[in-house]
Design a protein around this ligand. Structure first.
Ligand code: CO
Length: 151
């Protein structure tokens, strides 16, 4: 009887582990000197406590010439935030200061660097339309993609 209970317990533990493993709470992007992200879409699970955005700049050019960041907004806000980011200029890190439309953003990095950002999972709702983009001047048209929140 004890063995049977132990096996059942292990089976339940295994099922729980699988449920957690299938929840995707991170967005991992790479950007290079070709001014592109390696992905045009990203998927995260609804119900994540925290969502992590990881960016790796796989190029060699410095941030001043080929800067990359990841800015996350609703798709409806993306174009306007991208315009306002250029207006913010290099001194403003190419992001409007304290802008509530920016749901999350990494810092601007150059070749060989990495940056991370987090946001509460509750900031995104299932079925919502979200866009990630690089706010460096001239990059957002090419360097953008959509984030889908799945149940
Ligand atoms: Co860029």
């Amino acid at each position: 009887m004890k063995t049977r209970a132990l096996i059942l317990g292990l089976a339940l533990l295994g099922a729980t582990g699988m449920a957690q493993a299938s929840q995707n709470c991170s967005i991992k992007l790479k950007g290079g000197d070709n001014m592109q992200f390696d992905q045009k879409t990203a998927t995260v699970s609804a119900g994540c406590r925290t969502i992590t955005i990881e960016l790796e700049h796989t190029g060699k050019l410095p941030a001043a010439a080929m800067g990359h960041n990841v800015v996350l907004t609703t798709t409806a806000d993306a174009d306007a935030v991208a315009r306002d980011s250029i207006r913010a200029g290099a001194a403003g890190g190419y992001l409007p200061a304290g802008d509530a439309r920016v749901l999350a953003h990494t810092r601007m990095i150059g070749g060989g660097e990495k940056a991370t950002a987090t946001l509460p999972g509750s900031a995104l709702r299932a079925g919502g339309a979200y866009t990630f983009f690089c706010s460096f001047p001239g990059h957002s048209a090419l360097m953008r993609g959509t984030v889908t929140v799945v149940p």
